[in-house]
Every structure is written in C-alpha cells, then in structure tokens.
Design a protein around this ligand. Structure first.
Ligand code: ACO
Length: 387
C-alpha cells in the first residue's frame, strides 16, 4: 500500500529566502541571521524590515520605515465603531480575523504591483496591534487609546492595550517576544497565507485566512491553552499527577512538542530565561509550574512512548505574558501581531518570486476512498424514490 505524507510532513513545496529552521541543531535563521543575535542586537522594527526587504536597514531606511509605521497605526473610526457591535465576550482571534479581512474594504488593494504590496504589508504590521488593543479597550468598556508616535512598536501595543506606557525593561522583553515570533518557515498559518496568495487573492484576504489557521490549539492557540493549564493546575505540587494523568489518557500537553524541532526550540530557550527572570521579580509561581510541566512531560514521554519531546515557543510565552499582565486570551493575537510580518513577506515572495522555480497555484492530490458502485458510478434515484 502507498504511504501517504499525512500532514505534508517533510514535503518541500517551494523555495524560500525568508527563514530556515535547523531542527536537529535547534537553530532558526531569518534571512541569514541567527534569531538569537537579532534578539540581542536588533529591534522588532529592524527585524520586520529584514524579513520584508531581505537586508538589515541602515539608519535612514529604518527612520523611513518607522515613519511609515507611525502613519499607518491609526485604524478608521468607523472600524472602531463597528467593533462596538460585537459581543463583548467574542474571541479576540475571531475579531482580528474579521477586521483584518475588513481592511480591504477601507483601503484600495493594488493586486499586481510589488511596491504596493509592501505598502499593504506595512499597513497590516502597523494596524494589527491597534486592532487587538482597540478591541481589548472596547470589550472592557474603556476609551480607545490612540497610538503614540514617540513609542516603539512593542511599547505602543502595551500602551494602547493598557493605557500605561511600559517601563524600558518590559518594553525590551515584549520586543524580544515579537522578534522571536515573526517568522518560522512553512508553519500552518504561513502555509495558509501562501496558499491563499497562490490563487492571487490579495494580502488582507491571505492574512485573514492565516489568522484563522493560527487560532487553532495545535498551532498559535496553544499559548492560551498553556495558560489555562497553568491556572487549572495552580500549584507546583500538583503538576506531576496532572501531567501523568493527561498523558496516560492520550491527551497532549500544550506547549510541548514540535513538528520540525528534534531538540530544544531556540525561541523557547530565550522565553524560558525571560520568564525565569520576570518571575524572580514578580514572585509569581507560573515559571516554576511551567518548568515542572516541561520536566514531567519529558520524562513521561520517555516512559510511555520511548520518545523525546521538548518545549515549543508557546510553553514559556504563556507565563511571560501573564506576568506582564496581558489578558490570557490576547496571547494568540499577540502571536499574530508579530507573525503578520512573516505572512506578508511570504505572500510577497509567493506572488513576486523572481528566480525559478516560481511558485504555482497549490493543488495537492487526494485519494478518493468514498462510495464506489463500479466504473459507471452509482445509480441516481430521484427524491421520491429514496428510502
Ligand atoms: N503531549 C503529549 N504527547 C505528544 C505531544 C504533546 N504535546 N506532542 C506530540 N505527542 C505525541 C503524540 O501523541 C504522538 O504519539 P503517538 O506516536 O503515540 O501517536 C507523537 O508524540 C507524535 O505526535 P505528532 O502529532 O505526530 O507529532 P508532531 O511532531 O507532528 O506534532 C505538534 C507536533 C502538533 C505541535 C504536537 O507536538 C502537539 O500537538 N503539541 C501540543 C500543541 C502545541 O503546543 N502546539 C504548538 C506548536 S508550536 C506552534 O505552532 C507555534
């Protein structure tokens, strides 16, 4: 019997210049640069420029890029008004997906032009944080906080969400989180974005579809699920029993495991250290509980299945965001705030790749295993004859 590549694991479907994962060594590269170096030396804005334009910006290029982001951060008043019509308990990912698609109704989309696609990319990168923060204010019955042109991308989101300007340490932590989540090759949401773009649909549509893919708990939605798990466990003494029970019942431990990394996810390593440091300051229990979950899952996986498992990017981001006083259901929208950069870069690459092999409309094959009544097909019965 023919073996199928369930979930397209390991199938190469396109060339990309944007990022690369070395799953054996636990390395993630953006446009040739190790992410660990970018987190130490660059800002999110520089990283976004790098991912979009294939080079690190010089001072003038960065100033120009920042100026464009500042101009584009405001969202239409009508859009904010429309948000007010949503149920206040609506999932922020559903709201984000809808309002990213709705951007096409406010801004002209030039489909065929590469330069115009960069403008759309900047529009999205600038506006996604404003949409998320505005919704958080609206659902809590608070006035919307306009973006502050003097603040960085990271600080702006925290300011628009909470109404308070973050201190430099918090701003830096959040900036690093945004850098770490900005791209990750052909993950589920990026593949979705590229697939939609391969039909020549526009960027807002492709990014909206990607947000839908990101929302699932096996992908970006895992970071919200991790925080729910931490709250449910609540006490480090209960971790072992909880994890053992879940795994013996065949349930997955959120934030653990990855389709590509066969060793420690480098992003998880950085987030773990940030979470550890923040917990030392805040005295919250969440870092210790998370670390115990990591250790217990690794040893149970070995015992139960003889396999290795490691934390992914979502394990330690959950406790980190919680300690930064970010509402738990914004964890996945925050992922989108950063990942929209990768989506946009991939959409541009998908549509405007100059070197062969150029991307084509995605169209995989399926094996039909449904009803078969012989070569002539099944005999059709009109409605009144059907039993
Ligand atoms: N907890 C318990 N068992 C697990 C976990 C986990 N987190 N992850 C994988 N396994 C087990 C599976 O049950 C399976 O066991 P089996 O071989 O007995 O059936 C085996 O490990 C392999 O599982 P696959 O799904 O084939 O492994 P894959 O590497 O493709 O899965 C995935 C990757 C989907 C991320 C998985 O590890 C998972 O479900 N993790 C939890 C959800 C999560 O954290 N998602 C975020 C991923 S990172 C991101 O998208 C941003």
């Amino acid at each position: 019997m023919e073996t199928k590549n369930i979930g397209l694991r390991g199938i190469e479907v396109a060339d990309t210049r944007i990022s690369n994962i070395d799953g054996e060594k636990g390395k993630l590269i953006y446009r040739g640069y190790d992410i660990l170096e970018l987190t130490k030396n660059s800002t999110f804005e520089e990283t976004a420029y790098l991912l979009l334009y294939d080079k690190l910006p010089n001072r003038n290029q960065l100033d120009e890029f920042n100026a464009k982001l500042i101009d584009a951060r405001f969202i239409p008043k009508q859009m904010q008004k429309n948000m007010g019509n949503w149920r206040k308990d609506a999932d922020p990912m559903d709201m984000l997906q809808a309002f990213v698609a709705a951007l096409a109704g406010y801004y002209d989309e030039e489909f065929a032009n590469k330069e115009a696609s960069y403008d759309k990319a900047i529009n999205l990168i600038a506006k996604v944080p404003t949409i998320v923060a505005s919704w958080n204010r609206i659902r809590n019955g608070l006035d919307i906080v306009d973006p502050d042109p003097t603040l960085s991308h990271a600080a702006n989101f925290l300011y628009m969400m909470s109404g308070k300007r973050p201190d430099p340490e918090v701003e830096k932590i959040f900036d690093v989180c945004l850098i770490l989540h900005a791209d990750h090759t052909f993950n589920a949401s990026t593949f979705t974005a590229r697939q939609v773009a391969s039909t020549r649909a526009h960027m807002y549509s492709a990014c909206s579809a990607a947000i839908g893919a990101l929302s699932g708990e096996l992908h970006g939605g895992a970071n919200t699920e991790v925080m729910k798990m931490l709250l449910e466990i609540g006490d480090i003494e209960k971790v072992e029993e909880w994890v053992k029970k879940e795994m013996s019942e065949g349930n997955r431990i959120m934030g653990m495991g990855h389709a590509v990394y066969k060793t420690y996810d480098p992003r998880a390593q950085v987030l773990k250290e940030l979470s550890r440091k923040l917990a030392e300051k805040t005295k919250d229990p969440w870092f210790d509980i998370t670390e115990k979950i990591e250790v217990t899952t690794i040893s149970e996986m070995k015992k139960q299945k003889g396999k290795d498992i490691y934390p992914n990017v979502d394990l330690y981001s959950a406790s980190l965001y919680y300690m930064l006083k970010i509402p738990m259901d914004l964890n996945t929208p925050i992922f989108a705030i950063s990942r929209v950069v990768g989506w946009a870069a991939h959409i541009i690459e998908e549509k405007f790749a100059e070197a062969a092999p150029k991307p084509a409309l995605y169209r995989p094959k399926a094996t039909y295993v449904g009803k078969y009544c012989g070569p002539e097909g099944c005999e059709y019965q009109t409605l009144d004859l059907r039993k």
